[in-house]
Design a protein around this ligand. Structure first.
Ligand SMILES: Cc1ncc(C[n+]2csc(CCOP(=O)(O)OP(=O)(O)O)c2C)c(N)n1
Ligand code: SF4
Ligand SMILES: [Mg+2]
Length: 340
């Protein structure tokens, strides 16, 4: 029997997404926790990428919980890749496609290459490979980093992107020391953007803002060259809250200014939605206590810890040259955030 013909989603969604295709390419068959926002991110990502897409994913929840024996939610070609190798797998996959097309072994057509990773595999262990991928303009690729703020799959160890003070398996709160996680969260999209003027597109988004997320994935896939999108994803198991709060927490993180909706398209920095209103002074940021007090990982916080957290977020908004994005006075793009 002939294989059913694949339908290509309406590429009109390229510019602004107004009509979304009904087809899903990440469906049932996974075993992520109830309320897992990273699974939702995979669904959004696959939906706007469409069927002409190859996906690779590093070890982590979105590998392990998605590939139980004999079942998978992916209806796109998908391959697991080693924990720190997101960037290299994206380069290799894109290079292989290019070679096959050049040799005439497959039709010369647009095929999306997406490599996903999380904060542990991408933001810590695989940072060098992300850097390599952002430097190489020969290949079209998207790295999507789903930030659930811990090494979740191996039972919630602290990563370089775990928020200050959070309880994890590596950073418990004890009688002698209330706070044992002293590192401030690493800003990976800004780090990559600042150091890689060769990158065509960088974006930060959130699982709570599906349209923003899908638009950013689509924008990235429409570019030639390397692109990077990061998502902020509440994880009920690691953050210790009732799964029905997932969406609310994702939105609240943006309302409090803890994570910021921004992108940088060929050197032009832009803010979106709530974050844009906050940057323009039209909307006040919500107190971070509202967000912190809803999560078990911050339940040990004293008032002074909340005040410290708030002061660091205020600093990021009030003192940084690009609010919530970059703190340095000199960016590779010159004053005001645009390439001089
Ligand atoms: C080189 C290597 N070291 C350690 C592991 C064990 N390991 C598997 S998944 C994982 C956690 C990955 O964390 P992250 O990248 O944040 O993904 P998440 O589990 O949060 O989805 C670890 C440490 C591994 N698979 N490979
Ligand atoms: S531990 Fe967190 S990221 Fe992993 S499947 Fe559960 S909710 Fe999702
Ligand atoms: Mg993680």
């Amino acid at each position: 029997m002939a294989a059913p013909e694949l339908t290509v989603p309406d590429l009109e969604i390229n510019r602004r997404i107004t009509i979304l295709p009904l087809q899903e390419y990440y469906t049932s068959g996974h075993r992520t926790c109830q309320g897992c926002e990273s699974a939702l991110v995979m669904r959004y990502m696959a939906k706007v990428a469409g069927p002409r897409t190859l996906v690779t994913g590093t070890t982590g929840c979105m590998y392990v919980a998605n590939t139980s024996y004999n079942s998978t939610p992916w209806s796109l070609p998908w391959a697991h890749t080693q924990l720190g190798s997101s960037g290299s797998s994206a380069i290799g996959t894109s290079a292989a496609l290019k070679a096959l097309m050049r040799k005439g072994k497959i039709p010369d057509e647009r095929i999306n290459v997406i490599a996903f990773c999380s904060d542990g595999g991408g933001g810590d262990m695989g940072l060098a490979t992300l850097s390599a991928a952002m430097q190489d303009t020969r290949y079209n690729l998207l790295i999507l980093l789903y930030d659930n703020e811990s090494y979740a799959n191996t039972d919630i160890q602290a990563s370089g992107m775990t928020p200050w003070g959070a309880v994890t398996a590596f950073t418990p709160s004890g009688k002698r020391q209330r706070i044992t996680h002293h590192r401030w969260k690493k800003n990976v999209p800004a780090l990559l953007m600042a150091g890689h003027p060769t990158g065509r597109y960088f974006a930060n988004t959130s699982s709570g803002f599906g349209m923003d997320l899908m638009e950013k994935v689509r924008t990235a896939l429409d570019m030639d060259g390397p692109t990077f999108v990061q998502t902020h994803d509440p994880c009920p198991k690691g953050w210790d809250y009732d799964p029905r709060m997932s969406h609310e927490l994702a939105v609240m993180a943006v309302e409090c200014g803890i994570t910021v909706l921004w992108d940088c398209l060929e050197g032009e920095l832009r803010y979106q939605g709530i974050s844009r209103q906050q940057v323009e002074g039209k909307l006040r940021r919500r107190p971070v206590a509202d967000y912190l007090r809803r999560q078990g990982r911050f339940a040990h916080f004293a008032d002074e810890d909340i005040d410290f957290f708030q002061s660091r977020i205020d600093e990021m908004w009030e003192d940084w040259i690009l609010p919530g994005v970059l703190r340095v006075n000199q960016t590779p793009f010159g004053p005001g955030g645009s390439r001089g």
